[in-house]
Design a protein around this ligand. Structure first.
Ligand code: COA
Ligand code: MG
Length: 295
């Protein structure tokens, strides 16, 4: 699958926001049926999202995903039943306890794809992998048996704070995430890399602070995340820029690859006065692969 840099949440009961989000630079819109929709608006939201999907079938520039309610609520199946007629590119699964629910969702999708005459297996899944206390202890379940529909994982610090009984997820003076949340972040990243799916950075809730967002994007990228969830259209440009390798990075990566190609059999080489060895070559190839996959 093409890698997606910016994943913009849009409340599923807001025609105005859905129209505004359409065709902006977000690589994917996440039409939300969960936390941004009030209980008495669920039916309205399902219908609006289904209509929006049906009206926007060309996904070549922007994918359309839907966040459904958690599988342990009685809203999840009606959500799916309503939106699958519009052939969403993927489903965001919140409040996951383990990989078992991802696989259960995959079975539901298969049935609904058959009902709708869609290509079987075409609907992808992204799990919000850290919103329950149990989820921090079950990451190994993803390594045992996981549906190939799972193409991305992200994490969440807001619901996790509530689940852990935390009064806040940030350190009061530094503003950094406290350790349970950094643990969640690291486990999500390691698991995603272990099963070769895209690790997507968490939402940055302070949507007026674009400098802070940029710093967090660069930190996520240094760690190995690709892309980030957005909640406001103004965040999209910052995210796209931060996760696109710069011309200098691409040039340097090409030079690293070239110098190893020109010196076959050499495991370590000097370039610009610095030692390069196999991890640097691998990193350079990652940069070029990322550029190719973002096209
Ligand atoms: N998608 C599309 N359009 C959006 C948007 C979004 N996520 N967030 C804001 N906009 C639009 C607004 O409608 C407004 O346009 P308008 O004046 O023509 O109506 C414009 O962008 C500027 O919005 P702004 O005034 O800066 O923000 P706000 O106070 O209206 O909204 C939020 C703030 C947080 C409520 C809003 O950004 C939002 O709904 N975000 C998504 C929330 C969500 O889905 N959460 C679930 C995942 S955590
Ligand atoms: Mg939430």
């Amino acid at each position: 699958m093409r890698l997606l840099r910016s994943w913009l949440f849009v409340p599923g009961d807001s025609e105005r926001k859905m129209e505004k989000a359409l065709g902006n630079d977000a690589d994917a819109l996440l039409l939300d049926l969960e936390d941004s929709v009030a209980d008495d608006r669920q039916d309205v939201a399902r219908e609006m999202v289904a209509d929006f999907l049906a009206a926007n079938q060309d996904r070549s520039q922007q994918q359309l995903w839907v966040r459904i309610n958690p599988l342990d609520t009685d809203m999840a199946l009606p959500d799916l039943a309503a939106v699958m007629s519009g052939a969403p590119d993927g489903i965001i699964l919140p409040k996951v306890y383990s990989a078992a629910e991802v696989n259960r969702l995959a079975d539901f999708l298969l049935a609904l794809e058959a009902r709708e005459g869609l290509e079987l297996g075409s609907t992808k899944i992204c799990s919000v992998a850290t919103e329950t206390a149990a989820s921090l202890l079950t990451f190994d379940s993803y390594l045992k048996d996981i549906s190939p529909r799972l193409v991305a994982m992200t994490w969440g610090g807001e619901d996790l704070a509530a689940a852990l009984g935390a009064s806040t997820n940030r350190h009061p003076t530094t503003g950094e995430y406290d350790d349970p949340f950094l643990l969640a972040r690291s486990l999500c990243l390691a698991t995603a890399r272990a099963i070769d799916v895209q690790a997507v950075g968490v939402v940055y809730v302070d949507f007026r602070d674009s400098a802070g967002l940029e710093q967090e994007c660069l930190r996520d990228r240094r760690s190995g995340f690709i892309g980030k969830v957005a909640i406001h259209p103004a965040q999209v440009e910052v995210i796209n820029r931060a996760f696109t390798p710069t011309d200098e990075e691409i040039d340097f990566a090409r030079r690293v690859i070239d110098i190893f190609e020109q010196n076959p059999g050499m495991g370590t080489i000097g370039l610009d006065g610095k030692m390069l060895d196999m991890p640097h070559l691998k990193q350079a190839k990652n940069v070029i692969a990322l550029v190719d996959q973002l096209r």
